[in-house]
Design a protein around this ligand. Structure first.
Ligand code: NAD
Length: 290
């Protein structure tokens, strides 16, 4: 029997829905004199960074969140970056701070990320917030993993007792996502560039997440029929079109669900940033629940 094509999990539509739900919360905060504010720090002129930032600023505008862009030259001294972050930490109008990665050589990302106040760390990259996530009491969850969990929840993909295989172990995507899947009672395998028998492991997955940063790494031969395949990769192909870490055309014939690129994880990442900024504002004014 021919397998039905996979259900496409529409991240663009879900992100719009998330933003629409955040809007009244933003207005309620503004009415109390606390309009949420996000400060984005970008160092140098990496073109991809500027595209990502434009999307983030636009999403803020759409939801009524105030945003400010702090652009620093590529040859800036690390001390000046730290100084700027210290000023933002102390600015009551700024509830969320993000430092756009990658940072240029000469600016130490560890030190810069550690300088962001954990209470304003809306990217969830600070050791304090990663520790809370590890402990199972998260405050700010990194945006890409948070967005992926919302996509899975929205599509009602079963997780409890299922095998989730995450390809990629970065602190931004793979590792925090593995923790969230674990928290949702999945049995989790984390694969990486040194993993032996990647394809065999991937084929066991009920939920397969590709976050390796390698175009079309995951082919149909790596996917169990009916599995949910989440494509985190973003690459611009030679023809200018975006492709992910998954060979989407082939995998869609075999998977049960697939997230598209573009229009899957990307827009959800941005929506979660806005959600974290709203949450940071609520926490800052002592509002515990919405
Ligand atoms: P990274 O380079 O920090 O980490 C990549 C991970 O994949 C590493 O742990 C590495 O060991 C593993 N890996 C690399 N090649 C592999 C292979 N052939 N087999 C198995 N494992 C392999 O990348 P990252 O920051 O985690 O991002 C991963 C991808 O996701 C990139 O393409 C990035 O552009 C994309 N990304 C997308 C979003 C979004 O919003 N959609 C957000 C962040 C990152």
């Amino acid at each position: 029997m021919q397998h039905m094509a996979a259900k496409i999990i529409d991240g663009k539509a879900l992100a719009a829905q998330v933003r629409a739900t955040l809007k009244p919360a933003v207005e309620a905060l503004a009415a109390r004199g606390a309009r949420p504010g996000l400060a984005a720090v970008v160092v140098g002129d990496n073109p991809a960074s500027h595209i990502y930032l434009r999307n983030k600023v636009r999403a803020c505008e759409e939801t009524g969140v105030r945003s400010e862009l702090h652009e620093l030259p590529a040859d800036v001294a690390e001390a000046a970056v730290l100084e700027r972050i210290a000023a933002l930490n102390g600015d009551a109008r700024v509830h969320g701070i993000l430092v756009q990665l990658p940072l240029p050589r000469g600016v130490n990302a560890e030190r810069v990320l550690a300088a962001v106040s954990p209470a304003k760390d809306v990217d969830g990259f600070h050791a304090h917030n990663l520790g809370l996530l590890l402990r199972g009491t998260p405050r700010f969850v990194p945006c890409t993993p948070a967005g992926i969990m919302r996509l899975l929840e929205h599509a009602a993909v079963p997780l409890a007792g299922r095998h989730a295989v995450v390809i990629g172990r970065s602190s931004i995507v793979g590792k925090p996502l593995a923790l969230l899947l674990l928290q949702n009672d999945a049995t989790v395998t984390i694969c990486h560039s040194k993993t032996a028998h990647l394809a065999a492991l991937a084929r066991q997955a009920d939920v397969l997440v590709a976050a390796a940063g390698e175009p079309r790494l995951v082919g149909a031969d790596m996917v169990k029929p009916g599995a949910c395949v989440v494509d985190v990769g973003i690459h611009r192909g030679g023809d200018g079109k975006l492709v992910g870490d998954v060979d989407a055309a082939a995998v869609a014939q075999r998977a049960g669900w697939i997230t598209p690129v573009p229009g899957g994880v990307g827009p959800m990442t941005v929506a979660m940033l806005v959600a974290n900024t709203v949450r940071a504002t609520e926490l800052a004014i002592g509002q515990t629940a919405r």
